[in-house]
Design a protein around this ligand. Structure first.
Ligand SMILES: [Cu+2]
Length: 670
């Protein structure tokens, strides 16, 4: 017999399903007055649900068999030929062909590679013990989606099709509108997957529609030769870090190189639900030094892109360079994926999945592997450890938040907040064949408000273990060509741009305060509103106007000690000067900044370069919807000059801790 508490939890689960099916957002609910006060009393069709700040869902069904299934490694996206691919441009298909006039800097960086991805519903087995498969919404009908590999100097168009069921037939959590954001590439707004796009007729993301994203694959700073006003900034880039594209065009500052990115959903108010439902995929960026060939350049583990291999085949390229996506999930009593749309702390699941599986094993050879670890939350923070025979083992951190570090560091644990990516190298030659080595989490989190950073939970308990590595011998004749950190010491990557030079470019300081407001989340007292932002007056009068190719000092503050906010600033990597007055121990470039308890005040330097393209900004082309003959729509220049910053605890982001900022060209920009 169920206890009263269990019965209430079941009841809560049922009400949440009903409320979610009604597709009420918290903003809608507040407007309609069905939520009152911070305790959140929610009434839906006569039902009354107590949506407390702490999730009170029944526990997921127990999964008793760890290490039952192998950890899947996402396959690699294959480029398509836009002239013949039916979804990219063929006249035989109803979609409009890809339209290059829509993209800023197309003539400078025309695409060399085209990719097509459809977001669609699919059955997914998180663990066989859960029973029937759950329905996910994934890029390429998988979670994680297929990995997008790109290379600096080879511009890309990625077309995303919304293959989800129409809203009229949709039930359950999430909303079938897709917005695709490549976190944190240096991307023009029309390709950045900004949170306005779901309602934008020229850039739609409804079921059956598609959207084209152009990635220049140039480094930040590529426009610094265009205007004499920037000549000192160009001259400050040492010649060895100036990159050149095939047509002799300056391709930016190699010290701005990105390496591990990911693509995720950005539909306002449903980002948490839609990402949770599966819309995330990894992206790897290679370059002249981080080659994808472990015998060349920085020699990071990866035999896939060795010149002697045919790297158009899928699996070679992921032999030793493995994306790992960590994601919380929760399941209902029938084993179906469950999400609480109304938990405004941040939703924690009671299973931490890895590449879409609960407690998978992964067979590794006795050699080095690169793991690109992404934590997509939506609210979970972890502290990663590598355990063998009850002891933490050293491994090497080579990247932080999408960048290679200046030098690798040897570590025994690393904290990763939601949306943070870190690249690690693990040397399995240190363990005997047959060894079992575990990737585990040793940090507690009792709710979605913040991590218990002072806690250390037992990483050797099955509940806290994430992956079992099963070590096997390196087959005879196979060698490990990658950098040997233990024998040779740290690997040196590229230096970061000079901080003193960056400080000289600063033209102003801005402060952003992250606050709790009336049960929701605000920046500088404002709840972000996509409709207000996209209104004629909102477009004409951006709140934050930044001078193109300038630098600014940004201060991120939070007076609340009870919360953690991983704040993501789109478009540009920043450099942290200090956190609460102290210079951080690890020197990084970042796109996610920690704000809240232990991080009350962070000062950082930001540059805002290249976009918008001045000529395009002054006369943006009119646009059509993705199908043939609809009328051309006039565009406001500021639609092509704006980006956002937001909390990446996706629930905080949805309700509505986000702010828009614009870059405005100077009168002399050409
Ligand atoms: Cu937050």
């Amino acid at each position: 017999m169920m206890t009263r508490r269990e019965r209430e939890a079941r009841h809560q689960e049922e009400l949440l399903k009903q409320a979610t099916a009604a597709r009420l957002t918290r903003r809608d609910a507040l407007k309609m007055g069905v939520i009152t006060g911070s305790a959140g009393i929610l009434k839906t069709g006569g039902a009354l649900a107590q949506t407390n700040d702490v999730t009170d869902l029944a526990p997921s069904p127990r999964v008793t068999r760890p290490w039952l299934e192998p950890m899947p490694v996402p396959r690699i996206m294959q480029a398509v030929n836009p002239a013949t691919h039916t979804h990219m441009g063929s006249n035989s298909y109803a979609y409009k062909p890809h339209d290059p006039t829509f993209h800023q800097y197309w003539s400078r960086f025309p695409a060399q590679k085209y990719y097509y991805s459809s977001v669609s519903a699919a059955p997914h087995v998180f663990h066989p013990d859960l029973g029937a498969p759950s329905t996910i919404w994934g890029f390429d009908a998988s979670f994680p989606g297929t990995t997008l590999d790109m290379r600096y100097g080879q511009p890309v168009v990625l077309r995303i099709n919304n293959g989800l069921p129409p809203l009229s037939t949709h039930t359950g959590f999430g909303i079938p509108q897709t917005i695709n954001h490549l976190h944190n590439f240096h991307t023009a707004p029309e390709s950045d997957g900004g949170p306005w796009d779901w309602a934008d007729p020229a850039n739609p993301n409804q079921p059956g529609e598609c959207n084209d994203n152009h990635y220049t694959m140039a480094r930040a700073g590529f426009s610094l030769m265009d205007n004499a006003a920037d000549s000192a900034k160009f001259s400050a880039i040492p010649a060895e870090f100036r990159t050149w594209h095939g047509n002799g065009r300056f391709g930016g500052d190699a010290r701005e190189t990105l390496t591990t990115l990911f693509t995720h959903q950005h539909r306002p108010e449903f980002t948490a639900a839609n990402v949770y439902k599966g819309q995330a995929k990894m992206a790897r960026v290679f370059d002249e030094k981080d080659t994808g060939d472990e015998t060349q350049g920085f020699r990071m583990p990866n035999a896939g892109y060795r010149s002697s291999n045919n790297y158009s085949t899928y699996d070679r390229a992921t032999d030793y360079d493995i994306p790992i996506v960590i994601a919380d999930k929760h399941f209902d009593s029938t084993g179906q994926l469950l999400f609480d749309q109304f938990n405004d702390d941040g939703f924690l699941g009671d299973h931490i999945t890895v590449n879409g599986k609960i407690k998978p094993y992964f067979v590794v050879k006795r050699r080095r592997y690169r793991f690109r670890v992404l934590n997509i939350g939506p609210a979970r923070f972890v502290r990663i450890v590598l355990r063998y025979q009850g002891k933490s083992q050293p491994f090497h951190q080579i990247g932080d938040n999408g960048n290679l570090l200046e030098k690798s560091v040897t570590v025994t644990q690393v904290e990763q907040w939601a949306a943070e990516r870190n690249d690690y190298v693990v040397d399995f030659s240190r363990f005997p064949a047959g060894a079992r080595v575990y990737l585990a989490n040793n940090m507690a989190m009792s709710d979605g408000r913040r991590a218990d950073r002072d806690s250390v939970i037992n990483p050797d308990l099955p509940a806290n273990q994430l992956i079992e590595f099963q070590v096997a011998n390196l087959p005879a004749g196979e060698s490990d060509g990658s950098w040997d950190f233990f024998a040779k010491g740290q690997q040196t990557f590229r230096p970061f741009p000079d901080l003193a030079q960056l400080a000289r470019e600063v033209v102003r300081t801005r402060t952003f305060k992250f606050e709790r407001t009336n049960g929701m989340w605000a920046i500088n007292g404002r709840l972000w509103d996509p409709e207000e932002d996209h209104s004629p007056s909102g477009l004409a009068n951006p709140l934050v106007q930044i001078e193109r190719n300038s630098a600014e000092k940004w201060i991120l503050e939070s007076s609340s000690g009870g919360w953690h906010h991983p704040v993501h600033i789109h478009f540009e990597e920043g450099r942290v000067l200090n956190i609460d007055g102290k210079v951080p121990a690890l020197k990084t470039r970042q796109d996610v900044y920690r704000v809240g308890r232990d991080f009350n005040r962070t000062e950082l330097l930001m540059r805002f370069r290249d976009f918008p393209e001045p000529g395009y900004y002054r006369k943006p082309p009119k646009q059509r919807r993705p199908y043939g003959n609809s009328p051309l729509l006039a565009r406001h220049p500021n639609e092509h000059a704006r980006w956002v910053m937001h909390c990446h605890n996706l629930t905080h982001e949805d309700h509505a801790m986000m702010a828009t900022w614009n870059i405005i060209p100077r009168s002399t920009d050409v």
